[in-house]
Design a binder for this molecule. Structure first.
Ligand code: SAM
Length: 428
């Protein structure tokens, strides 16, 4: 057995598509575990993983990407707060808001949900937050709830003073917020994941699907559908919205929130409660648009198919819009640039071009891991996308993956004699 056999075992067990994080990362994790087990050949190590549940878990721990932070993509929490404050969630029975965060990594996401609900003035008896991850190491950190500076990014950090106390080990989250999140270890690919669980009003499944290949993504989305109430809301990562749209979900028009719902159900709006004068949640922006009334697509298009542009709309000047998005990004107006890119994805479907643009936006915003995932996706969709290749090479180099960067540069050199895809030309 060789490295590809181990990659296949990881895919079968946890869904990981080795290409999504780079084969060199997989190789590094495998070699780290081989050294820890004092095993020298891939074959012997594959046998160990095959027969030992605990070694498989150790390998998973070595390979997962636990990257997360408080109020990551904060507009999602803003959207949640808005719905709660305006009483827009149809809860049955009333006061029984159920939220799932999967994967929750080391707890920053579900704890952010809890802080948001507290800021809305919702008593903790009115909601339940479940949080699930495959990594026991990440969950142990979540249970400890003591965080270093990496968990606090950006400049809007008022919430830290409110909910954390400084200790020698780091910032410790207060007990009230901790007690409102119920953690469990589980694998979203496990057969019958969370069986018999009451359905959720809201599911956060952010930054997981990007690590899976298409069949695994579809399997996981089926599971999410099963867990979500018909009128429930699904929050995903920015680069994952296109996939959900192609699988029949409808995007809520809330900029930067990446919120979707199932088709066939009107948005979950009940008569508005009288306006409450609560403070805006920490990190929540007031810029929340009305709920979308967009009709679902009757038949979800196949992955490779682009969504047709409605005949009533003039054909989109694609490159102008990409150029416009890039211009806005260059001016630091990343939200507006991302909005244009998202509407581009809605009209044209996920493409190498849109992934490349999202990669550039993520890179400009300093989110390098996300940018790498986008550029990889662009190359997955168009193996000759020279600009994505070149940006990816630069980022890999920056991260110390010289071998990965070299492979890409060689590919670029081979392409330079031929006409490269040219798709990114308008993005310069
Ligand atoms: C990048 S983090 C995302 C955390 C959080 N949702 C966010 O967006 O900040 C990805 C997490 O997915 C978890 N994970 C990977 N495969 C999984 C699986 N098959 N089932 C459950 N969790 C998984 C990893 O352990 C890791 O903590």
């Amino acid at each position: 057995m060789s490295l590809p056999a181990l990659e296949q075992m990881l895919k079968d067990r946890m869904g990981l598509d080795a290409a999504s994080i780079g084969r060199s990362s997989v190789e590094r994790a495998v070699k780290e575990r081989m050294a820890a087990c004092a095993i020298r050949s891939f074959e012997a190590y594959s046998q160990r993983v095959h027969h030992s549940h605990s070694e498989m878990q150790e390998l998973i721990e070595a390979i997962v990407v636990p990257e997360t932070w408080f109020f990551r993509d904060r507009e999602a929490f803003s959207a949640l707060a808005k719905r709660v404050e305006n009483n827009e969630l149809r809860l049955s029975p009333p006061g029984s808001l159920r939220i799932l965060s999967v994967p929750c990594s080391s707890g920053e996401e579900p704890y952010t949900i809890a802080m948001t609900l507290q800021e809305c003035g919702l008593p903790s008896t009115c909601y339940r937050i479940d949080a699930v991850d495959i990594s026991s190491r990440a969950l142990a950190q979540a249970a400890m709830a003591v965080y270093g500076s990496n968990a606090f990014r950006g400049t809007e950090l008022d919430f830290r003073e409110t909910y954390f106390s400084r200790t020698t080990a780091g910032w410790r989250l207060n007990d009230t917020v901790r007690a409102s999140v119920h953690f469990q270890q589980n694998n979203i690919l496990a057969p019958g994941f969370m069986p018999g669980e009451a359905l959720y009003d809201i599911v956060f499944c952010r930054n997981l699907l990007i690590y899976f290949d298409r069949p695994t993504q579809e399997r996981v989305v089926m599971t999410l559908r099963r867990l979500l109430k018909p009128q429930g809301i699904l929050f995903v990562g920015s680069s994952e919205t296109g996939l959900l749209i192609t699988l029949g979900f409808v995007l809520e028009k809330i900029p930067q929130a990446y919120a979707l719902r199932l088709p066939g159900e009107p948005a979950s709006v009940s008569p508005r409660a009288p306006e409450r004068h609560k403070p805006v949640p920490p990190g929540a922006s007031k810029k929340v648009m009305p709920v979308s009334r967009a009709q679902p697509a009757a038949v979800p298009p196949r992955p490779s198919e682009k969504k047709p542009i409605p005949p009533s709309l003039p054909p989109s000047p694609k490159h102008d819009r990409i150029a416009e998005a890039m211009r806005l990004a260059d001016q630091g107006r990343l939200h507006e640039a991302t909005d244009i890119c998202e509407s581009y994805v809605q009209e044209h479907g996920v493409s190498a071009q849109s992934c490349h643009l999202m990669g550039l936006l993520s890179k400009t915003a300093g989110r390098e891991h996300e940018a790498i995932a986008y550029f990889r996706k662009a190359l997955y969709l168009d193996s000759q996308h020279s600009e994505a290749m070149s940006h990816l090479a630069l980022l890999l180099e920056k991260q110390g993956d010289d071998a990965g960067a070299k492979v890409l540069r060689n590919r670029l050199r081979r392409l330079s004699g031929t006409s490269a895809s040219g798709q990114g030309d308008a993005c310069r």
